[in-house]
Write a protein that binds this ligand. Structure first.
Ligand SMILES: [Zn+2]
Length: 691
C-alpha cells in the first residue's frame, strides 16, 4: 500500500524523519548519523498506525480470503514498524541513554497492546482460517502452505479457536500466570539479597586470590562495613569463594544460603508459587488441547514431543553419571591424601575440582592471550567462513555507524556478488549492556518481488586494548567471537521469501548455527592459521593447542549432570497431565531419586530458584542448550569424519539446508537433509570425554 505521509513526518524544522523515507545510504543501511532520538516515537506511532490500516484493509476486503489477499498481505504488513523497531531496540541495548530507556518504557505497553490487538483480531483469524482450510486445494506451493499453517498455528496457540468462555478462561489463566511469575522473581531477588557472608577475620580468607579479596572488601565498603569482607550469592562473588576458600564451614554456609533460596519458610518462600504455576500451566495446556504444558511447548520445537526429549536426556544422563562418580572418587582421593577425614559434600565440589584442574588441565589465560589478539581472531573467523563457503569480507569505512569503534564489512559471495553487511561492535562501554549477542538491522527477505539482503550486527564486551598493547582475548572470548559470528552467518545466508518463516527456527535449533562455529575455533589446523603472537608473529606452540583441546574435558561429569538434573526437573514439572496440588520439595526429591542423582551434586537450579522456567522463557525448554550442543557436535563430526574440516561439499549442504532454508521446514527435517540421519549424541559424549 502507498505510504501516506502524515504531519508526524515533518517536525518543526521541516526536517524529514529518516525512518519515513527509503534510507539514502550505501546498501540502505540505517542512517545512524541522521537519526535523532526524537525521531523514534513518531516513527513507532506511524508504524503501528500503518500496520493497523493494512490489517483493516485485509479484514474489510469483500473478496473471498486467498493466500495473496490475506496471508501474504499480513506477512508483508508492518514494514515501517519493523524498520524503526530494529534500529531502536538494537541501539537501546548497544548504545543506550536515559532518553532511550525512558522511551523504551513508554513504548512497551503500546507495543504489547498493538500485538495483542492483532492476536485477538477475530475477523483476521476468520480469514486466515478460511485460507488454511482450503490450503491443500488452492494450488499453493510448499512454502506457501507452510506459511499458511504457521500463521494459523500462531493464532490457534494463542486461543483464537476457543469459544468465547474458554478464551475468557485463558485470559484469566494468562494474567494469573504472569502475576505468579512476577512474584517468583521478586521473592527470588529478595532471597538473593537477604544473604551475605560477612567475614571479619582475615584468616577466613585463606586461599582466596587477591582480586577476589579486593572485590569482597569493595562489596563490604558499599554495604557500609568498612574493614570487613562481604560475599554474596551472585555467581561472580560466590563461585570464587567456593573454588578457593580453605575454610570448609564457610563454604558450606554460603552454598547453603544459595541452594535454600526461596525455600526458607519466610515471606519470600517460593514453594507455593511454584506449585500454583505448575498447576495453572497444566490447565492452560489442556484448554488449548494438549496433554501437558511440555507437549504444548515442545510441539513448536524441533524435538516435537516430550517423550523424545526425555529419551534424549536420559541417554546423556546414563553417560554422564559414571563420569561424575569418577570425579567424586578423584576428589575424595585428594581429600584423603590431605588428611581431610570427611566425605566430599556439594559445597566441596568447586574447591577440590579446582585442585584437579590445576593438576591435570592447567590452562593459563595469560599464557594464551598473546596469541589471541582481537584482529587475529577476527581474521581467523573470516578465514574459516571463506574456506567453507567462499564468502569474503571487505572492510568499509563509508557506512554510517552508531558508535565510532564499530567496524563495518561488506560480505560478498565467491563470485563477488553482494551478500550483506556485517557490523562488529567489540568493546564494553557504559551505554552497552553486558554479554554478547547478534541481531540485525534488516533481515534477509523479499520485498516487491526482489531479494533484500541482510544487515547483521554483532555486539561484544571484549577485553579492550591498553596503551600500545592490542586487545588480547582469553579463550572464552575467542569462542564467543566465533559463536556470535555463527549467528550472523545464519542471518546473512537466509533465503526464505516470507517474513514469518524465513530463517525462523525453533528454540532448540537456534544455537546450532552459532555453536557449530566454536568447533572450528579450537581445531589445531585453524589455530595454526590465526593464533599468532601479536609481537613476534610466532605460531601458537603445539603444547598450548593440546591444552586447549584437553580443557574441554575438565569436570564434564559434573557440568553435564547438574545441567541434566535441572532439565529433567523442568520436564517433570511440565509433563504433569492433571492439575493437582503438589508438594514442591517432595516432588523435586522424587524426581531426583528416580534418576539416581548422586548426593554430591544438586540440580543446577532447584525448584524454588529455577528462574529460567518459572520466571523466564524456558519452561519445558531448559533442555535446548544441550540439545543444540548435540546438534553442533554431530554436525561438526560430519566434517571431521570426511577428513577435511573445510569440506566444501558438506559446507554447501550445511549452508543450504541448515542455514539458508532453515525456516522452510521443521528443524529435524532440515537437519536430516544435511546429515542424512537424525543427530546422534555420540559426538558430544566424545567431546566431553563421557564415552
Ligand atoms: Zn547464541
Amino acid at each position: 500500500m502507498t505510504v501516506v505521509l502524515s504531519t508526524l513526518v515533518l517536525n518543526a524544522q521541516k526536517r524529514i524523519n529518516p525512518f519515513f523515507v527509503k534510507y539514502q545510504t550505501p546498501f540502505q543501511v540505517p542512517p545512524f548519523d541522521k537519526i535523532d532520538t526524537s525521531d523514534y516515537m513518531p516513527a513507532f506511532l506511524e508504524g503501528m498506525k500503518q500496520q493497523n490500516a493494512e490489517i483493516a484493509t485485509i479484514v474489510k476486503n469483500t473478496a473471498a480470503p486467498t493466500f495473496a489477499n490475506t496471508i501474504l498481505a499480513f506477512d508483508q504488513s508492518g514494514k515501517l514498524l519493523t524498520r524503526v523497531a530494529k534500529v531502536f531496540f538494537n541501539l537501546n541495548e548497544a548504545n543506550t541513554s536515559d532518553q532511550m530507556q525512558s522511551l523504551a518504557r513508554k513504548l512497551s505497553p503500546l507495543l504489547s497492546k498493538h500485538s495483542d490487538d492483532i492476536a485477538l483480531n477475530a475477523k483476521l483469524f476468520k480469514r486466515i482460517k478460511a485460507v488454511y482450510e482450503k490450503r491443500k486445494i488452492s494450488k499453493l506451493d510448499a512454502q506457501q502452505i507452510r506459511l499458511v499453517e504457521k500463521y494459523y498455528r500462531d493464532f490457534e496457540r494463542q486461543g483464537a479457536n476457543l469459544t468465547k468462555e474458554k478464551q475468557e478462561q485463558l485470559r484469566k489463566l494468562n494474567a494469573e500466570l504472569s502475576m505468579l511469575s512476577i512474584t517468583f522473581g521478586e521473592n527470588l531477588l529478595a532471597e538473593n539479597n537477604n544473604f551475605q557472608l560477612v567475614i571479619d577475620n582475615r584468616n577466613d580468607l585463606e586461599g582466596l586470590p587477591e582480586d577476589v579479596i579486593a572485590a569482597a572488601a569493595q562489596t563490604a565498603k558499599e554495604a557500609k562495613m568498612d574493614g570487613k569482607w562481604v560475599f554474596t550469592l551472585d555467581k561472580p562473588s560466590m563461585i570464587p569463594f567456593l573454588q578457593y576458600a580453605k575454610n570448609r564451614e564457610l563454604r558450606e554456609k554460603i552454598y547453603r544460603g544459595y541452594f535454600m533460596r526461596g525455600n526458607n519458610g519466610n515471606k519470600n518462600d517460593n514453594n507455593e508459587t511454584v506449585a500454583k504455576i505448575a498447576k495453572l500451566r497444566v490447565e492452560k495446556a489442556r484448554l488449548l488441547g494438549f496433554d501437558s504444558y511440555a507437549a504444548y511447548i515442545i510441539d513448536d520445537n524441533m524435538a516435537k514431543t516430550p517423550a523424545k526429549v526425555d529419551e534424549f536426556l536420559m541417554k546423556l544422563w546414563n553417560a554422564a553419571l559414571p563420569m561424575s562418580k569418577k570425579e567424586v572418587e578423584e576428589m575424595q582421593k585428594i581429600i584423603d591424601r590431605e588428611g581431610g577425614n570427611f566425605k566430599l559434600q556439594p559445597w566441596d565440589w568447586w574447591y577440590y575440582s579446582e585442585k584437579v584442574r590445576k593438576e591435570k588441565y592447567d590452562l593459563d589465560d595469560n599464557e594464551l592471550k598473546p596469541y589471541f589478539s582481537l584482529t587475529n581472531v577476527r581474521d581467523g573467523m573470516f578465514h574459516v567462513a571463506t574456506q567453507l563457503y567462499g564468502i569474503t569480507f571487505t572492510k568499509r569505512t563509508d557506512l554510517p555507524v552508531f558508535q565510532k569503534d564499530v567496524e563495518t564489512y561488506e560480505v560478498k559471495e565467491a563470485n563477488g556478488k553482494h551478500l550483506g553487511i556485517l557490523y562488529l561492535d567489540y568493546y564494553p562501554r557504559a551505554e552497552k549492556r553486558g554479554g554478547a549477542w547478534c541481531t540485525d538491522f534488516r533481515s534477509s527477505g523479499w520485498e516487491d518481488g526482489k531479494k533484500v539482503d541482510a544487515i547483521e550486527s554483532v555486539t561484544f564486551n571484549l577485553t579492550k586494548p591498553t596503551g600500545d598493547i592490542p586487545a588480547l582475548l582469553n579463550w572464552d572470548e575467542v569462542t564467543t567471537m566465533f559463536h556470535e559470528f555463527g549467528h550472523s552467518l545464519h542471518g546473512l545466508f537466509v533465503e526464505g521469501k516470507y517474513t514469518r518463516t524465513a530463517g525462523n527456527v525453533p528454540q532448540d535449533y537456534v544455537e546450532l548455527p552459532s555453536q557449530v562455529m566454536e568447533n572450528w575455533a579450537g581445531e589445531p589446523e585453524v589455530l595454526r592459521y590465526y593464533a599468532k603472537n601479536y609481537k613476534t608473529g610466532e605460531v601458537i606452540p603445539e603444547k598450548l593447542i593440546e591444552k586447549i583441546q584437553n580443557s574441554g574435558r575438565f569436570n564434564q561429569g559434573f557440568i553435564t549432570l547438574e545441567y541434566l538434573a535441572a532439565s529433567i526437573l523442568d520436564m517433570d514439572f511440565h509433563e504433569l497431565t492433571q492439575p493437582k496440588d503438589i508438594n514442591v520439595e517432595t516432588f523435586e526429591k522424587q524426581a531426583m531419586d528416580k534418576i539416581g542423582l548422586i548426593p554430591e551434586i544438586l540440580p543446577r537450579y532447584r525448584s524454588t530458584y529455577f528462574a529460567h522456567i518459572f520466571n523466564g522463557g524456558y519452561a519445558a525448554g531448559y533442555y535446548v542448550y544441550i540439545w543444540a550442543a548435540v546438534l553442533d557436535a554431530d554436525a561438526f563430526d560430519a566434517f571431521k569424519q570426511s577428513g577435511d574440516i573445510y569440506n566444501k561439499a558438506l559446507a554447501a549442504k550445511f549452508r543450504k539446508y541448515c542455514l539458508a532454508e532453515s525456516g522452510d521446514d521443521e528443524g529435524m527435517i532440515q537437519y536430516k537433509k544435511f546429515r542424512g540421519q537424525e543427530p546422534s549424541v555420540e559426538a558430544l559424549l566424545k567431546r566431553r570425554g563421557l564415552e
